[in-house]
Ligand binder design. Structure first.
Ligand code: F6R
Length: 615
């Protein structure tokens, strides 16, 4: 994971890099570091901890002069998070400085070889090995930095987005990418480098996204020369206009990004279907789907690959596609799928779901599915991300930047897209009646209002959070469409509050988890109007007779569950197929408030990162 930022131009690099690193902290926050170069002396400072710790250290230890600089925020892969393992790393001569996001898998053998040649290493990182390999090649082959980087990268196995500069070349930064994202912001006589466009959005709206196996030599005030790493072929840069704006990546008065993103759901769900859903006319238009409809309608089955919360969205989709479009669906953890020699044929459609569009396992699953002839459709949030480019076609979710590490609005917008696809296919296949089709289109159009109403229970949910914040464990139960919501509720709680939580299909409880229930066990049950309502009521009864504490998500006006539950969180009435879009809201808020009360770092929970670009 890790975030990288670089600048070369006419301004002071320090404020650009430090602010950029803050915006990229969602990618990792184990350590941070910066190197600045004013043409005379390289100033390098790095520290364990977050970018604010780096800022304090910089103020005490180094000069911030220099209009060339690179910075890094780290999610540790090789070596514990400490000052020494933090990036940037010097080469042995002190001439080259590098930052790296990714993993060099064969670093061990390269390191041995370099040690035999007299190189020494200060850190345990694969990155310090890479910068010394570049140095060795540069010296031995007597080549410029760009060429040395290229030759070195042809020897390494792994993933990388790197930025490196040479003390003897004060007007040049060399960058390269394979598997980890890298964007180059193109300003007037200045260039920016970053893992995504957020660090430079206030300076330029034009960017080049490097493709895998490409590198670029960026020359101050001149140009960006892109080449293929393998065969040295020059590549014509494709310069993109960025849609992002500054407000989208700021907290806008909320205490945390996560809360802001929870509250954005009414508007981003609307953004996701705006122009695509014409409810009164009975039309769903999805650009990426129109040309490939027959792939879906003729498919033997749909395989959904994803990780984490995106996998939960896939599980919701399984219910919708099977129920309404009558297409068999399998939902796979991308990490399992990629390694278990799955049976895939040309008659399969694979849907890859990913907020970041960079998740390494999902990307590998896509590549495997493509190799075996499947048609691969992507549902991504980040425009221009690797997954959006690797898939044959796809739909963006339009959730806007999701910065809180815990995924919230990405989940509901993914479900929105998946629902539109399923309804469109159901209509074409004739597996849904015209009245059900129209009803669900119109109901989908009311979801933003219903999510808004669900958000209005926030104060009540905060009171419930106060009561249960010290519980050691939670169970989450749901059935049918709301079983994946139970999984998602449990994931949200554990990742940001560090409270152990498990999600189960409600009926599975009696096959084991019921043994855990006593008066100390809060059980969150999704018990909204549905075909399974009576069954859920029976499950609640089973918990109650074992003195479990019941927190139920109920439909407005419900009386049966209200009488049985200890606490209720109300949501508006909604057809079962669309209910996950609304039932997930109170669970997000419950986790959020518990985590805040426990003084957790809500936006950057320990050990996690937003974009998981390593296996
Ligand atoms: C949980 C969470 C993760 C991600 C997972 C996949 O809140 O954020 O579980 O859902 O890492 O990430 P994407 O969707 O970017 O592929």
């Amino acid at each position: 994971m890790c975030g990288i930022v670089g600048y070369i131009g006419k301004r002071e690099a320090y404020p650009i890099i430090i602010n950029g690193l803050k915006r990229l902290e969602y990618r990792g926050y184990d350590s941070a570091g910066i190197a600045l170069y004013d043409g005379n002396e390289i100033q390098l400072c790095k520290t364990k901890g977050k970018v604010v710790n780096l800022e304090e250290r910089v103020a005490q230890e180094i000069s911030t002069k220099g209009s060339l600089g690179i910075g890094h925020t780290r999610w540790a892969t090789h070596g514990v998070p400490n000052d020494v393992n933090a990036h940037p790393h010097y080469s042995n001569s002190g001439d080259l400085v590098i930052i790296h996001n990714g993993i060099i898998e064969n670093y061990g053998s390269i390191k041995k070889e370099l040690i035999n040649r007299g190189y020494t290493f200060k850190s345990d990182t694969d990155t310090e090995v890479l910068v010394n390999l570049i140095e060795e090649i540069k010296k031995n082959e007597n080549v410029k930095l760009g060429k040395a980087v290229q030759l070195a990268l042809n020897q390494v196995v792994g993933a990388y987005a790197i930025a490196v500069f040479d003390k003897n070349k004060p007007d040049e930064i060399v960058v390269a990418k394979l598997g980890s994202p890298l964007a180059i912001g193109v300003g007037e006589d200045e260039f920016f480098v970053a893992s995504d466009a957020t660090p430079f959005i206030e300076f330029t709206k034009t960017a080049i996204y490097l493709e895998d196996e490409e590198m670029a030599v960026i020359r101050r005030g001149r140009d960006v020369k892109i080449r293929k790493i393998k065969n040295d072929k020059l590549v014509h840069p494709y310069v993109q206009e960025l849609q992002l704006n500054l407000e989208q990546i700021e907290k806008g008065g909320y205490d945390h990004f996560m809360l802001k993103e929870i509250y954005e759901q009414p508007s981003v769900i609307k953004d996701t279907y705006r122009g695509r859903l014409l409810a009164d006319e009975g039309i769903i238009k999805l650009g990426g789907l129109e040309d490939h409809i027959s792939k879906f309608t003729n498919a033997n089955r749909i395989i959904i690959v994803a990780c984490g919360t995106s996998w939960h969205a896939g599980l919701v989709a399984e219910y919708i596609f099977e129920d309404w479009a009558r297409i068999p669906v399998e939902v796979e953890y991308a990490s399992e799928f990629r390694y278990r020699n799955p049976v895939i044929t040309e008659k399969d459609v694979v849907i890859a779901i990913s907020q970041s569009g960079e998740t390494a396992d999902t990307l590998a699953a896509i590549k495997l599915a493509k190799e075996r002839g499947a048609f691969v459709y992507g549902i991504c949030n980040v425009v221009g991300s690797t997954i959006s480019r690797e898939t044959h076609s796809g739909t963006y979710t339009h959730a806007g930047p999701e910065i809180g590490v815990a995924s919230t609005k990405a989940f509901t917008t993914q479900i929105t897209v998946l629902t539109m696809i399923a309804l469109k296919l159901a209509k074409i296949k004739g597996t849904i009646s015209q009245s059900d089709y129209m009803l669900h289109l119109r109901e989908l159009d009311t979801i933003p209002t219903k999510v808004q109403e669900a958000l209005e229970s926030d104060a009540k949910i905060k009171e419930i959070a106060e009561i249960f914040k010290d519980a050691a464990n939670f169970l989450y139960l749901g059935r049918g469409y709301n079983f994946p919501v139970a999984l998602e509720g449990a994931l949200k709680l554990k990742e940001i509050s560090y409270i152990h939580a498990e999600g189960y299909p409600a009926a599975e409880m009696k096959h084991g988890p019921i043994a855990l229930i006593d008066e100390h066990m809060p059980v969150v049950v999704i018990a909204v109007n549905s075909n399974h309502y009576d069954k859920v009521v029976s499950n609640i009864q089973e918990i109650k007779s074992r003195k479990g504490k019941i927190i139920a998500v109920v439909t407005e006006g419900d009386t049966t569950v209200r009488e049985m539950a200890d606490y209720v969180m109300e949501v508006p009435n909604i057809p079962e197929m669309l209910s996950p879009l609304v039932t997930t809201i109170p669970l997000q808020l419950l986790s959020y408030h518990i985590a805040v009360m426990l003084e957790r770092n809500v936006d950057q929970p320990r050990n996690l990162a937003k974009s998981v670009t390593v296996e």
